[in-house]
Design a binder for this molecule. Structure first.
Ligand SMILES: [Zn+2]
Length: 55
């Protein structure tokens, strides 16, 4: 099944064993975020949660 990342628009082919396959197969409008973007989002979320370091 071909899916497109909602963030960067990269098309990817996923197989039935992919963890999001069932969800995406049921709902074509479901948001899919590729591995690259999910890493980036997690990194940014972590950075945002970091308290400012005192100088
Ligand atoms: Zn992406």
């Amino acid at each position: 099944m071909k899916i497109r990342c909602s963030l960067c628009g990269t098309e990817q082919e996923i197989s039935k064993i992919h963890k999001d396959y069932q969800r995406l197969a049921r709902d074509p409008e479901a948001v899919y975020i590729c591995r690259n973007c999910s890493h980036r989002v997690q990194f940014q979320a972590k950075e945002a949660q970091k308290p400012q370091k005192p100088m």
